[in-house]
Design a protein around this ligand. Sequence first.
Ligand SMILES: NC(=O)c1ccc[n+]([C@@H]2O[C@H](COP(=O)([O-])OP(=O)(O)OC[C@H]3O[C@@H](n4cnc5c(N)ncnc54)[C@H](O)[C@@H]3O)[C@@H](O)[C@H]2O)c1
Length: 382
Amino acid sequence: MSSRTIRFGIIGCGLMAREFASATQRWAHLPQMEVRPKLVAIADTKPSCLCWFEDNLPDVTVAVSDYRDLLASPHVDAVYCALPHHLHAQIYGDIIAAGKHLLGEKPFGIDLAANERILAALAARPEVFARCSSEFPFYPGPYQIVKYLREGRFGRIIEVEAGFWHSSDLDPNKPINWKRQAQFNGEYGCLGDLGMHVLHIPLRFGWMPRTVHGLLSKIVTQRPDDAGNMVPCDTWDNAVMACEAVSGEHKFPMLLSTKRIAPGETNTWFIKIHGTEFSAEFTTKYPRTLRTLTYRSGKPQSWEVLDLGYVSAYPAITGPIFEFGFSDSILQMYAAFCDELINRERMSQPFGCATPAETHQHHRVLTAALESYKAGTVVALA
Ligand SMILES: NC(=O)c1ccc[n+]([C@@H]2O[C@H](COP(=O)([O-])OP(=O)(O)OC[C@H]3O[C@@H](n4cnc5c(N)ncnc54)[C@H](O)[C@@H]3O)[C@@H](O)[C@H]2O)c1
């Protein structure tokens, strides 16, 4: 690895891998980046999944069906891994053991035990840099909220709510895929799919829940397979976690929700933080809009609504009068990964991708939500 170029491989060439690869081709968007990724290798067990990459990524020289052949390449420095969840522990572990840096997809292990296997692999190879994908905090709105949090603007935290909602599963005829089958997706279901996105900012600011009350729903229990036969759809569709967290001296409620069946919602990620001095709210439903309220004693309480435009963690060629979108958030997250990999604590801006320790905390929360729902009790996390 030269100090300026990181040679990447991708394992699992599906939906998210195409986003990642496309972001590699948009690096000219980030004129101030001193580090540059180069996508040189791809691996997928389905040869047909490799075609788009071979057609569009000019630097790919290794295209293989067995990911171990990619890991054997001395020309790969880092791997983006986007696989079904039942494969995370084994393959993330193999990537780490091969000495390759890792940007892994969430939930970073199908369950808590799998996550701990990955963390043990990292402990055995401390020179390997690993992070977990979570792109939404790189939208201008939440990025600004993160700045406010760092500045201590909120006063005493009154309440936090964060969620990630989809609706396409409301269609009972939507065909089944691995994400709707517990053997591949995990017992977590929607919690594992969406929970890291919801917990990234809260955990970064130390709001590890002390208690969790999980409410889980299975709404559509069968779906058609490719042949049109109805087969079990055995993952949780929706989850609400009523948590208590602590900030400084004070406890506060934190309501987290991960839903695949939230009527009308399409990739709606949101965060609301209310404090005694300042409050802020953002949702991807209104992607350039940031709502804030500054409390002034004796003055009317009124929300301010700001159109943020394209203001990003890493300066881009896109003018600030334009809009920011999902693929921009992937590009910015990718830049944060590369920046932190090369520069570590001297990275050029302070907000990084989710850390392995944060993935472990999030697994503890999700596992507590499952336990809570099964037992019908509130679960305490030490
Ligand atoms: N960050 C996000 O916003 C986001 C969004 C969707 C999915 N994800 C995560 O990304 C990961 C992948 O999801 P996806 O939607 O891209 O899935 P996908 O099904 O589109 O892609 C998975 C790919 O892995 C390949 N694969 C399966 N077994 C393999 C093996 N042994 N070796 C190599 N390739 C293999 C499949 O052929 C497929 O091409 C999951 O962890 C998921 O939770 C993240």
